[in-house]
Design a binder for this molecule. Structure first.
Ligand SMILES: NCCCCC[C@@H](C[SeH])C(=O)O
Ligand SMILES: [Zn+2]
Ligand SMILES: [Zn+2]
Length: 306
């Protein structure tokens, strides 16, 4: 197996070995569980990061929804590294980890991720077999029960934005939704990491109607983006998904929000198209460092307001 590096793209086996190790090496801060399995039978590992305590608020962060967006899982790994390195050293991180738990799902679409390493670097969807079609996979970010398949999604199995046979048809979507439903009393924020476009998005994408918490979410996004931009000058846009990027129904962020997770955000990381999904490894560090500032901004807002 390859050596793990935070500044390289790691294959799934390496990421799974890393998550086992980082939990074993930081027992007071990190624990690993399995929330389910993928279509092809791979485990979906979840890391819980935070100082053990009772009835703490939690933030759920997932990466790797879309297989080709390799910088996304790189960020989840970077996030956990920063947490364990900074605890007891940096007062802001220590405060966050004492008062919040972070559930980190390093790779949601494990089958798709493996497929981008073995067969097709540009694969997006899951790898499930579709009935009555030779085309494989569903877009997990069109597969949630939020305006499902009404707009900005396809009902054709061969399309990259195929919404699936039904909401939560994908075993991976079901596992994620079940975990959040079972932990609704503690999960105050949902952050899902994608690439590329350099955007910070929040509900709704399934319609142009404003979320009831639009003003607050917009202000949080504004603050998070300025924290991000302050580091290297990376320009981000932010706003409701529908008007900021495109209408897209069935998204995990809209579903989480309508399910009661008020602070729900989708990140589209670097870049704006020069490299796109094949962002060079030299940009992993700066991308993760700047994104970390935005996520910490959100976490602090949640800690003070949720
Ligand atoms: N829930 C939709 C959020 C906005 C679209 C996000 C992008 C990430 Se590649 C998409 O799923 O098309
Ligand atoms: Zn994506
Ligand atoms: Zn994207």
């Amino acid at each position: 197996r390859a050596v793990h590096s935070y500044e390289k793209y790691n294959d799934l086996d390496t990421i799974n070995a890393w998550s086992a190790n980082i939990a074993a090496q930081n027992p007071g801060l990190v624990s690993r569980s399995q929330i389910g399995s993928s279509y092809e039978g791979r485990p979906l590992y979840l890391l819980k990061v935070g100082k053990s305590g009772s009835n703490k608020k939690a933030i759920f962060i997932d990466c790797g929804f879309h297989a080709r967006e390799w910088v996304s899982p790189a960020f989840c790994q970077w996030f956990v590294k920063d947490a364990v390195e900074s605890y007891g050293v940096n007062s802001q991180v220590t405060n966050l980890l004492n008062n919040l738990d972070f559930y980190v799902l390093p790779v949601m679409n494990v089958d798709g991720y493996v497929y981008t390493w073995s067969s097709n670097r540009m694969w997006r969807k899951t790898r499930s077999v579709n009935k009555n079609s030779s085309c494989i996979g569903t877009d997990p970010n069109r597969n949630f029960n939020a305006g499902w398949c009404t707009v900005g999604a396809s009902s054709r199995a061969c399309d990259d934005t195929y919404c699936g046979a039904s909401p939560e048809s994908e075993i991976e979507s079901k596992a994620l939704a079940n975990f959040i439903r079972s932990n609704l009393s503690s999960i105050k924020a949902y952050v899902t990491i994608h690439s590329y476009s350099q955007m910070l998005l929040f509900p709704y994408s399934y319609s142009y109607s404003l979320a009831k918490d639009h003003t607050e979410l917009n202000n949080v996004a504004k603050g998070a983006v300025s924290a991000l931009t302050a580091l290297y000058g990376t320009k981000y846009t932010y706003g409701p998904g529908g008007t900021t990027i495109y209408l897209a129904a069935g998204g995990s962020d809209d579903w989480a929000y309508d399910t009661g997770v008020k602070y729900s955000f989708t990140f589209e990381l670097r870049d704006t198209g020069r490299y796109g999904f094949t962002l060079p490894e030299s940009q992993i560090k700066p991308t993760c460092e700047e994104t970390l500032l935005a996520v910490k901004y959100i976490a602090n807002h949640v800690l003070n307001n949720a």
